[in-house]
Design a protein. Structure first.
Length: 122
């Protein structure tokens, strides 16, 4: 997003809510799938690959989905007209509202990625 450009929260509210609900459903599906494989500790050392736990790999993959490069003009236009937040905010805003992210990476409450108050719709 361009420096000084704000998103329109009223415009993006519906999609932001969907992202927040969707990540919870996807994480629950991961837990169910791994449990069927005998992996029940998503944050433990049971299934570490490349130095990351299953939960950490889930969130890294989530963030990679929204990686993008935009010209400043396109970012400004998106912020004003698109009901989807920019990739950075789709990622950061969603995981900041999901305690499992903070647990997976050892964040402490009050740090930027694990705020004291988060938003949960469902």
């Amino acid at each position: 997003m361009a420096p000084g450009q704000n998103l329109n929260g009223r415009l993006t509210l519906g999609e932001n809510s969907a992202d927040n609900g969707g990540i919870r459903i996807a994480f629950r599906a991961l837990q169910t799938t791994l449990a069927k494989q005998g992996i029940t500790d998503l944050d433990g050392k049971q299934d570490v690959k490349d130095g990351y736990t299953p939960a950490q790999r889930f969130f890294i993959s989530f963030g990679q989905v929204w990686c993008e490069n935009q010209r400043p003009e396109a970012a400004i236009n998106q912020a004003k007209t698109n009901p989807h937040s920019t990739g950075q905010w789709r990622t950061d805003g969603t995981v900041q509202n999901f305690d499992e992210f903070g647990k997976a990476f050892g964040c402490k409450v009050g740090q930027p990625m694990m705020p004291e108050t988060s938003c949960r719709v469902w």
